[in-house]
Design a binder for this molecule. Structure first.
Ligand SMILES: [Zn+2]
Length: 322
């Protein structure tokens, strides 16, 4: 149904519509200067399919680089038995989150079984809800949950401009329009996902079982989710009331203040994969920082908790980023 909603006029301002459609014959390689963004590549007629995002090639890997299929990350790829599509696009997120077995020597015992890295996108309303699930003991990538989110209180015109500005530069505005669903539906699907992983049960309510969200800062769960719940006229779910602010763990473990994901990656000398500010890529990069910190011996624990009735947020670390 969401697919049918896409109208050609939505892209009249964009060059994207005139670009190659899936399986078009244009496949001549394009030489791309280092750091050349995917948006620029698309607007110059790069044959990369819309809905796919460029990943930084891993130097150690001999496999040819492939863009990630963003229909697949949302459980909406309909071309899984098309060999050409599978050859062209990455359908395996594990690729960016490998665990080096020898890296676990310094690891400390963890109270949590799983880490759910969450990195929302969208300042006015939430536009993207990406979650990467990591095993806190083995650091291994377990699963991911990714949805593009359709704003509730904005006009169609406003949404088009907002998405063009936000995702147009990554060349993924088309897949956004094809797949985005309202926040309320995203939460319903997410609840199915955490239930399947045995992390939460609607009948029992409360916080996650043996797992916790990791966010980069307090904004996602302290500010944005409650705001969006008001706009969407729903109650704040009980499992979104406590979290781990990675910046606080980072500050207490390395004794250094990090203002954001990019600072942490620079300080830890980690290369960024994918596109910064595309939620699924940011979540992947934050998950890589979590793996790095776990391997260094950091312990992941809750840093903030909201009172279920007063709604007041308590910060549990004395030494924290304000
Ligand atoms: Zn696909």
């Amino acid at each position: 149904m969401a697919l049918a909603r896409v109208s050609p006029t939505a892209f009249s301002l964009s060059l994207l519509h005139s670009l190659s459609r899936p399986f078009s014959s244009s496949s001549s390689p394009v030489l791309r200067p280092k750091g050349f963004s995917i948006a620029a590549a698309l607007s110059h007629g790069d044959p990369l399919e819309e809905g796919a995002v460029e990943e930084a090639p891993r130097p150690s890997s001999r496999l040819p680089w492939k863009p990630t299929c963003l229909y697949y990350t949302q459980g909406k790829c309909t071309m899984m038995n098309d060999t050409l599509h599978l050859e062209k696009f990455n359908h395996n997120l594990l690729m960016n989150l490998p665990v080096n077995a020898s890296a676990a020597d310094k690891m400390k015992p963890q109270k949590l079984d799983y880490i759910l890295v969450l990195d929302l996108e969208g300042k006015v309303e939430i536009l993207e809800f990406p979650v990467i699930m990591i095993d806190a003991q083995s650091m291994e990538f377990i699963d991911s949950f990714h949805r593009f989110v359709r704003p509730t209180a904005m006009s169609e015109q406003r949404i088009r401009e907002y998405i063009e500005g936000k995702y147009g530069k990554f060349g993924v505005d088309r897949v956004w329009h094809d797949t985005a669903i309202p926040f309320e539906e995203v939460l319903r699907e997410f609840e199915g996902w955490i239930r399947d992983h045995k992390l939460w049960k609607k009948e029992q309510g409360g916080a996650l079982n043996g797992a916790a969200f990791v966010t980069c800062g307090n904004w996602d769960l302290k500010t944005k989710v409650p705001e969006q719940c008001k706009v969407s006229k729903i109650e704040l779910p009980s499992y979104l009331m406590e979290w781990i602010n990675l910046k606080d763990i980072y500050l207490n473990f390395y004794n250094r203040r990090a203002t954001g994901m990019m600072t942490m990656m620079r300080e830890l000398q980690m290369p960024i994969v994918g596109s910064h500010h595309l939620g699924i890529d940011d979540a992947k990069n934050i998950a890589r920082i979590v793996q790095h910190m776990l391997a260094d011996g950091a312990v992941m624990q809750i840093t903030a908790r909201r009172h279920p009735t007063t709604s007041e947020v308590k910060f549990l670390f004395k030494n924290r980023i304000r």
